[in-house]
Ligand binder design. Structure first.
Ligand SMILES: [Zn+2]
Length: 241
């Protein structure tokens, strides 16, 4: 099985090494392939070459066939002059990731809009998916990039977390090329998407090891509980997913 939503790298105060993350995933015995991106992409003003080096190192562990990287593009890369075509030929990226909550994408901004078109055109031309974070803050609503869903019917857009379910379902109804993932989604949310007739549009994903990070934060405020290891946490993520 494939886990479509794995992370490595810096997440707030913790650095998750690709080796610990991948080892924990494959130790499950259930998942034998994963798509990953680096949360170091969220560090303010991070240089793209930092991410590039991280991905390169991570790919030496299990290789791009088993551990497929996503190019997490941030608006900061526009100023850094990161070229999409070059980045995509330098590393064996298997898709893109966009995070409209962690990064301030502004569709009205000409530079942002043009780079988004560049990403979607590349994805369409190369049959690559685009994973988009969703949430309830408004700026990360599942319909945030709706005009692009319509404009790029041959791009597979994956709405991470399917959050909220009603807007996600509305996008599934309107666009055949829109999918979702089960990462960090409570069972009820996935059930309501399935009940609407879209079970087959949901890809399995966990958001691991962010699940581990949040567990450790909960424990800090709840002394006495034992911290789960990465492997234990991943087994739990799979059981809940
Ligand atoms: Zn994620």
């Amino acid at each position: 099985m494939t886990d479509n939503h794995i992370h490595i790298g810096q997440f707030e105060k913790v650095y998750y090494n690709a080796s610990e993350v991948f080892d924990a995933v494959f130790a499950s015995g259930i998942v034998d392939h994963l798509l990953f991106s680096s949360t170091t992409s969220c560090v303010p003003d991070v240089a793209y070459h930092t991410i590039e080096a991280e991905i390169e190192t991570a790919l030496k562990l299990y290789g791009p066939e088993k551990t497929a990287p996503l190019f997490w593009f941030t608006p900061g890369y526009i100023e850094q002059g990161v070229d999409i075509e070059k980045a995509m030929s330098d590393l064996p990226y298997k898709g893109f990731k966009l995070h409209p909550f962690a990064q301030q994408w502004d569709i009205e901004n000409e530079k942002h809009c043009s780079v988004l078109h560049g990403i979607f055109a590349y994805a369409g031309g190369n049959n690559l998916p685009v994973l988009i974070h969703t949430g309830e803050s408004g700026i990360d609503s599942p319909n945030r990039f709706e005009s692009f869903f319509a404009a790029y019917p041959n791009v597979r857009f994956i709405l991470a977390h399917c959050r909220p379910a009603d807007t996600t379902i509305a996008m599934f109804r309107a666009y055949l090329n829109v999918y979702g993932d089960s990462a960090f989604a409570p069972r009820e949310r996935i059930q309501s998407v399935a009940d609407a007739g879209f079970a087959e549009r949901i890809l399995p994903g966990t958001d691991f090891p962010i699940t581990h990070y949040l567990q450790s934060r909960r424990l800090n405020s709840n002394a006495g509980n034992r911290m789960l290891s990465l492997r234990e946490q991943y087994a739990e993520d799979l059981a809940l997913g």
